[in-house]
Design a protein around this ligand. Structure first.
Ligand code: AMP
Ligand code: GLY
Length: 425
């Protein structure tokens, strides 16, 4: 099969790494890709959000199967574009991608089907939103209804903060159309985990859980980011928690989507908050997590390609995936300043040396080659990933590799997997 992966981040590097290892893949392309992806796929300079451009590229390259990585093109309907062109695609339709693209769509679905999640209301009117915030009190969570590049969620610690956030969103200044409607919800206590389930519209094949680290600095301090590191398995997401998440959240959702005529085909990213009562839904995403995919692909022992194809074609009920019992962990190296303003173009040295550390795999999230030099080209730049029998050893390996990388403009967290390291079962 000739396969095209759409995207150019660390998630897409990990997907390309897994797909390129499949005997089913005869030729792999990635658009736009990056300097690391170029080691396993042929990269073509077409933007990840350019629907017409990606469809034309797939036609020109005679692609048999397309895998869409990021959320924005899915929410904009890229999968429908490929389907209309008669090209098989991994990723949900625009209608099904509403599970990520519209917070109120998902909250309403949860309400109708009794899926456990935070209490909420949706508002387009500022005065009504303010009255609701005052009645609830703080802490309280304010979310732009639409897609806001991972920045549309404000966990407000005071009523004033919450009011400022709604004002910002409803005025259209901060998130444009994505903030024209807001969801205001109860603040949930607990421990967060990410879980992934492949769906073919009808059947669900559970993958495994992971934990992400959203804050920029050690000790979960600093601004929210796209994710500064991840590891899998996550002790809090054990087999019992996975079963409850499947029964109480994933299966009712997939059934409801099918019944409503918008079957979900692709990977459902289930963000859950876990407390003594069990899992509650924080959010769905309609694509693989970044950086969770990096650790998932390291632990996956089966061929990824047949599972992705089954999401498009059906038959996931006849498939099984095998996973390593070992721990995988990834540390994000980011450009100083991220998630705020930062500069592209600084040189990174020592990556080849670092990649030689036992059990280590380095995925590129935002890099560019300049002759033989490797340059930073993004906020999140490298994902230094490691596998080992225990999470402690995986962490030691990953940071040993990090320390071999010479990049004065970069920074990373030093405490990835702190919740698991030294935790008693
Ligand atoms: P989201 O973009 O929906 O994942 O939200 C980003 C982050 O905000 C989540 O990963 C949580 O850490 C936090 N968050 C979102 N909703 C809630 C909630 N209702 N209660 C507590 N934390 C939340
Ligand atoms: N790791 C968070 C995300 O992919 O949205």
């Amino acid at each position: 099969m000739r396969i095209l992966v759409v995207g150019g981040g660390g998630r897409e590097h990990a997907l390309c790494w897994a797909i390129s290892a499949s005997p089913l893949c005869t030729k792999l392309y990635c658009a736009p890709g990056n300097a690391g992806i170029a080691q396993v796929a042929e990269c073509v300079a077409v933007g990840a959000e350019d629907i017409a451009g990606q469809v034309a590229l797939a036609q020109r390259l005679k692609i048999d199967f397309v895998v869409i990585g990021p959320d924005a093109p899915l929410v904009a309907g890229m999968a429908d574009g490929f389907t209309a062109a008669g090209i098989k695609v991994f990723g949900p339709s625009k209608a099904a991608a509403q599970l990520e693209g519209s917070k109120s769509f998902t909250k309403e679905l949860c309400r109708r089907h009794n899926i456990p999640t935070a209490a909420y209301e949706r508002f387009t009117d500022l005065d009504k939103a303010i009255a609701y915030i005052k009645a609830w009190g703080a802490p309280i969570v304010v979310k732009a209804d639409g897609l806001a590049a991972g920045k549309g969620v404000i966990v407000a610690e005071t009523v004033d903060q919450a009011i400022e956030a709604v004002r910002d969103m409803l005025s259209g200044n901060r998130f444009g159309a994505a903030g024209a409607s807001v969801v205001i919800e109860e603040f949930m206590q607990g421990e967060e985990a990410s879980f992934f389930a492949l769906c073919d519209g009808e059947h669900v094949l559970p993958m495994v859980g992971a934990q992400d680290h959203k804050r920029a600095f050690d000790g979960d301090k600093g601004p929210n980011t796209g994710g500064m590191g991840a590891y899998s398995p996550a002790p809090v997401f054990d087999a019992a928690m996975q079963k409850r998440t499947m029964d109480e959240i994933v299966l009712p959702t997939v059934r409801a989507m099918a019944k409503d005529g918008t079957p979900f085909k692709g990977v459902l990213y289930v963000g859950v908050m876990i407390d003594a009562k069990g899992p509650r839904l924080v959010e769905f995403n309609c694509r693989f997590g970044d950086p969770e995919t990096q650790v998932l692909m390291m632990r996956l022992k089966s061929d990824l390609v047949p599972a992705l194809i089954a999401c498009a074609d059906g038959g996931l009920d006849h498939l099984d995936l095998r996973w390593s019992d070992e721990a995988a962990l990834t540390v994000i190296l980011a450009t100083r300043g991220y998630p705020d303003a930062y500069k592209n173009g600084s040189e990174i040295r020592g990556v080849a040396e670092a990649a030689k550390v036992e059990g280590v795999e380095i995925f590129h999230a935002g890099t560019k080659a300049d002759g033989s030099r490797l340059l930073a080209n993004g906020g999140r730049v490298l994902n230094v990933s490691a596998m080992a029998p225990t999470v402690e050893e995986a962490r030691e390996r990953a940071y040993r590799a990090v320390d071999l990388i010479d990049w004065p403009e970069g920074f990373c967290r030093r405490d990835i997997a702190w919740r698991a390291v030294g935790r008693k079962p």
